[in-house]
Design a binder for this molecule. Sequence first.
Ligand SMILES: C[S@@+](CC[C@H](N)C(=O)[O-])C[C@H]1O[C@@H](n2cnc3c(N)ncnc32)[C@H](O)[C@@H]1O
Length: 867
Amino acid sequence: MSQPSQKHHKIAAQKDFKKERNIRAMNEAQAFIQAKKKISPTETIKNIIQGIPYHEISESLFNDPETLQSALESISSAIEHYDQFYSIDQLKTAINEAIDSKISLFETQELQLNCELWKEAIFSYLSIFKTEIAESLKDFWINIMSSSQKYPSIPQRSFQNLHSKIIEEIEHLKPSNPGFSAEEICIIEDKEGCNGAFCDSLESIEKNACFSNKMECTSRCLCKEETCLNRSISKNRRKYIKDVDVIEMPAFGFDKRTAQIILQIIGKSIDAKRFLNVSMPIAINWAANQINDSFKHILQGIMTEEIFNLNDKYFSKALYNSIEALGEIYGHDIILKEFTIHQKGYGIFCNTSQGIPKNAFLGEYAGQIYSAGEFYEKDLAIQNSKNKIQPANSTNESSNFYTVELERNKNDIKGYSVFFVDPIPRGNWTCKINHSCYPNCEARTVIANGRYTIGLYTIRRIKSLEELTWNYSSCTDQIEEYKNSICLCSKTNCSGYYLINPSKTDICLPLAGKICALLFSSSAKITSDEIQYIEQFNLDKSLMHEIPEWLKCWTYTTLNYITSYIELRKNDALSNLKAKIEAKLSSELEKIDLLKDSLIKELTISLSRARYLLSNIPDSNMPPICILTEIEVLNYLWGDDCNSIKNQLNTLFENDISVKVQNLTKKPINNLNEARTELLKIKDHLKENQSNNWIYKGIADILHLTAYNQLFFRFNAYQSFTSKNIRLKNCELYNFECSEYYEEESNFEYDGEHLHRLLAGWNSRDYAANKSIMFNGLKGPLLLPSIQNSQPSFYNEISRIKFLNKIFEAPLVSWSEYEEANLFIFDEEAKVFGTPMFYDYVNKNISVLNVCFQDLDVQWNLISLST
Ligand SMILES: C[S@@+](CC[C@H](N)C(=O)[O-])C[C@H]1O[C@@H](n2cnc3c(N)ncnc32)[C@H](O)[C@@H]1O
């Protein structure tokens, strides 16, 4: 009986000081929060709880320091345990549990009662500071969101599975189209054996002599047959079998932005990263239903399922609480949008309870092998066929990234080459393995049974239920395609996209350089020294066989160009890194060597494609570019043709009596210099007599550039042609299962300038197909605006200065990249190309290109343009 009255007495006593205490504590806490502005939610809560005058609430508890200490510790650990995020309700539950677990340990009933009172006081304090807690949560969330905003995120994704049924047999060496002879291309010659070192792990195998030379280890090698990874395929070592060791099923993940948000909530400790990289993906993919609020559902699964350890449970609870707490403030629907999982099609998962060990051979990446020429030919035919049904660009479906490159080694007797393995018409389960930025498998080109093939191996131990992944390292130069390739690997180091955009790296040589190479190849004859130079690179012998002389010259010039470019990059690296440590320098040099390899790869692919085209073109000995002779230039500037500059000027000023251009163009001309002088006179006339008319000043500037140009060239158009029909299976075109019964024929119509675009864009695969990319690149540095069509009405003093500055600062940058230059119009049907900026570049690069060009003397002076 005494106890309840004691409680009443205590409560009455508390009422007296409650008001005063609340005000004081609130002031203290507020002062603290104000002083420290943005403190984390945990800190805010700790400050509030520490500010409570415990001795005033419960003297007897306070007089028992040991008990108080232990009770405070349990509250503290309850707060720490949930880490950064709290809602008031979550806190109450946590503190309730923490204090209740202590109450039964208190010896006297009085202490137990005091403790209850104390708990109530804490709750009332938390309610008083509700707004502060919510504010601090909001601040934290806003910080997280603003720093995660820069990462790519998928609003929604509809993945279309290309084909769900695939063959298990490896049929990758049988050509499906007549004329495609991949079978012979991929046979390798036998050589000596290795010394037995570095054969048993993928990390070290690069150092193995046979492997690095793309040779097969055999009984003549000193390595052990049972452990040699280079012999996995030929020895038919254990392969992992679908539906037994591995299983194909829908695969899910989240984007980089979500991964970053989670990391900021749970921290970046090793355990937190392990939770995100390993446990979360397992939970996501094995959750029974992936519905709207599945994120919370998945986290609940981790908290209850036995396969997840205490760390996983701890982090999933922290994350769960955060999502709940934020949902209470912002609304659950809004917060759940930031924690969404998406499907990435199907994937392959480890289906054995014991997992898969490191360095295990999984299987061959089976598929049809194509040479580069054949592969792109087929790709264009597929596009053509698809466009007939659905116009180009009308679909946002992400592209087909099933094809894998297979490189024949540069030491191979037949020379270096690149092939493409396409699993769509005939592949196996390995083509269903998804990409990851932190993969557990790797694809390697190996030699097995005398042939090149791609083997898939594990590079880490794979846990039961874990998804198998490898890093695609695939490039696309189409920015839209790149942007659509948002990666759902859900890893802490995710790069954001599963494709690489080469323009983001530095392998883009300027278009002027590529046109320059074409220009020199068309005017030169190949010498025996140059042939020897090409031979050093050991390019595929069949690629160089029976090709026109100009293409050999182009190969030489381009190789020379790549070598000089790489040398320049290395010299830069050496001078920049001199003061730095040697290890950094060697890794920088290694990167530059890799860049060289990738440039040579692109050159090889372009050559293979050019050969394919040339076999269809009857006039293939004609080079694609031709420099205009003096007479041709004279005709272009001052001839009677309606497109000559003189006649364009006449048409332009036909009705303008204030401009006496007609009179000036009547003068008979005997040579090129006279024509140039006349053009400059017209330029001066427009500038001086029409000083307020900026339209004329714009034309005058273009005339100036035309008159000073020393090098004009044109593209020789070849005959257009339609490629031979290619038989395509329905699975290559639609999302049906692959079947021999449904086939259709398709081809591609090549226009007369397809080859030019292909060679001018030799490290850009879509150049050939896309006319506008090349034309945009030519605008300005290689093609001047049309005088007749350009009447730059907004051309004024400011835009002129900006425009000239751009030319001086970056003479080779396409004009489509800056606003002022777009005041001019370019003739899409232009036949004659060339600008003084390009001529200047050609002259500067003569030594690099090692081609004689003396007959063009440099007279041009850009500075005179600005006056
Ligand atoms: C070789 S396939 C992999 C199997 C594919 N998921 C399927 O169901 O057929 C490559 C395609 O899978 C999807 N994919 C693979 N890895 C991905 C990732 N990390 N994120 C998003 N999508 C991915 C992309 O659509 C890609 O074009």
